[in-house]
Design a protein around this ligand. Structure first.
Ligand SMILES: [Zn+2]
Length: 207
């Protein structure tokens, strides 16, 4: 862990502070839109990997996206269409939030907020979520990982089978992270995911 990371470890979550300052937790500040109406920056796989550093709940993130899509599908005007709904606030155009509501009634709704700036090389400024891991400033929680992955990456891929692609990407990330335990070289990492990955079915490498 480098000095920069150690420094960041003790940073306050600036987005959380902004949400408090401008009272952004209020639902009345936000309106629901389809993800296609949101100008979220496109992220490369490398950028995603950097942002989700330390995430070990990637399967969870994937299931949040699938559940969010499925939920909206049933209420969509066009049956079969898969909408991903986001919430935007007129006063704060550089923040998007996504409500993850579980179909299980005893599970709490979690709200993931992402602040972005398309003019920056790393366009994700800060992530905050209402879950217990949501304030971390290194990496992010599974909800924020799900938002980043869907808005920044997945929806830009033109493919009819989103599920297949998403599983492939998450397996790729999990494999790289597992492999990172043995080697910190990203080149080795890539070799592993491109070459050896297909040799096994790779199931259940997370807990
Ligand atoms: Zn969260």
């Amino acid at each position: 862990m480098g000095a920069e990371m150690l420094k960041r470890l003790h940073d306050k979550n600036s987005l959380k502070e902004r949400i408090i300052q401008y009272d952004l937790a209020k639902n009345s500040k936000w309106k629901s839109y389809d993800a296609t109406d949101c100008d979220f920056p496109e992220l490369s796989e490398d950028q995603l990997r950097d942002l989700t550093f330390g995430i070990f709940q990637l399967r969870q993130a994937k299931s949040y996206v699938a559940e969010h899509l499925e939920k909206e599908k049933s209420s969509s005007a066009s049956p079969g269409a898969k909408n991903f709904f986001v919430e935007l606030c007129d006063e704060q155009p550089d923040i998007v939030r996504v409500k993850y509501q579980s179909r299980f009634t005893n599970a709490k709704t979690r709200i993931s907020y992402i602040q972005f700036d398309e003019n920056k090389k790393q366009p994700i400024v800060c992530c905050y979520c209402t879950c217990s891991a949501g304030s971390r400033t290194i990496g992010c929680c599974s909800h924020s990982a799900a938002t980043l992955w869907y808005l920044g990456y997945q929806r830009h891929l033109i493919t009819p089978s989103y599920v297949q692609t998403s599983e492939k990407y998450f397996d790729h990330v999990e494999a790289s992270q597992k492999y990172s335990a043995y080697s910190s070289s990203s080149e080795e990492d890539m070799k592993y995911t491109l070459g050896h990955r297909t040799d096994s079915d790779g199931s259940d490498i997370s807990q």
